[in-house]
Write a protein that binds this ligand. Structure first.
Ligand SMILES: [Zn+2]
Length: 306
């Protein structure tokens, strides 16, 4: 159960000589910190302790009617190598605006990783600056148009394969084996983590660089949170009536789960114990995007967050 915590600390310490980022307090965003190194540089942000916030730290009852599939833990010597996380650009790097209130952090881990598309054009621009502009545009839309406190998703992946932190406190929560509540899958935000992949994938898959980044991010998150890829990686349409993440990307999810499992196992049997299977609902015809950024219901009326 606590292997990932120990291993996480190990990788942090092991990379002490590599690129480490100091994350300023949210109040100081945006900052002009330089963008370090290359997109492939492995790194673990050196994040100062999170301030106390007892009113927002809540325990959540496990979802009802689950089929829990426990698998006995593997012996320490048989565990596969630690997967390298992708380079994750933090909020100060893409110059996020400060949230209107601090994110809710739950003392639990997410049990589902939700793949989304952003319902924006499949553009050819792949630069880092284009990726940062995308995150700023999504945040602007979520705060101004939707009236939310911050950007909704926990991660955004650009067409160029750049990975950006989304909602404030996402990386700090992950490092502490907690869950920051986003606004990305209605009525399920308290137990799911959302990854928005730039584009609209009804007919096409994301570009290879974006697929690579998505696979690496999912692999790292499954390893860190001890999630079983075959049941943890799902599409937005598995939980809400929406075509997100697009027919084509949704059809590709079984192959994506298989690839993540392959990277985690390295010839060793599955030992990631956290997981339950969803009974996939029958929604009927699924609505597609009505406009940019419309990837489906992202926030339920009774979730108590914005
Ligand atoms: Zn979605």
């Amino acid at each position: 159960m606590f292997v990932a915590r120990r291993s996480f600390l190990t990788i942090g310490g092991g990379l002490a000589g590599a690129v480490l980022l100091r994350v300023p307090a949210e109040a100081s965003e945006p900052s002009s910190s330089p963008v370090p190194s290359t997109p492939d540089t492995p790194y673990m942000p050196d994040i100062p302790d999170m301030p106390e916030m007892p009113p927002m730290l809540e325990e959540l009852e496990p979802p009802a009617a689950l089929v829990v599939e426990d698998v006995p833990p593997a012996p320490e010597s048989a565990r596969p190598p630690i997967p390298r996380p992708p380079r994750i650009y933090l909020r100060n790097e893409w110059e996020a605006r400060p949230p209107t209130s601090r994110a809710v952090v739950l003392d639990r881990v997410p049990d589902k990783l939700i793949v989304h598309h952003t319902a924006t054009p499949n553009r050819g621009e792949t630069s880092l600056e284009a990726a940062f502009r995308l995150s700023r545009a999504i945040q602007r839309y979520h705060m101004r148009h939707n009236g939310w406190d911050d950007i909704g998703e926990q991660f955004t992946i650009s067409r160029g394969g750049h990975v950006m932190e989304g909602r404030n406190h996402t990386m700090r929560a992950i490092r502490r084996w907690r869950h920051v509540v986003g606004a990305q899958t209605a009525e399920h935000n308290r137990h799911t983590l959302g990854i928005e992949t730039e584009g609209t994938y009804m007919d096409d898959l994301p570009p290879q660089r974006a697929m690579d980044a998505l696979t690496r991010l999912l692999t790292w998150l499954c390893w860190h949170y001890e999630l079983e890829p075959s049941v943890a990686i799902i599409g937005h349409r598995d939980l809400n009536a929406t075509s997100c993440p697009g027919d084509r990307l949704y059809q590709h999810l079984p192959a994506l789960r298989e690839e993540v499992a392959r990277r985690l196992d390295r010839g060793y049997g599955a030992h990631y114990s956290r997981g339950y299977r969803l009974a996939v609902p029958h929604w009927g015809p699924l609505p597609g995007p009505a406009h940019w950024h419309d990837h489906g219901p992202a926030l339920g009326p009774h979730e108590g967050i914005r």
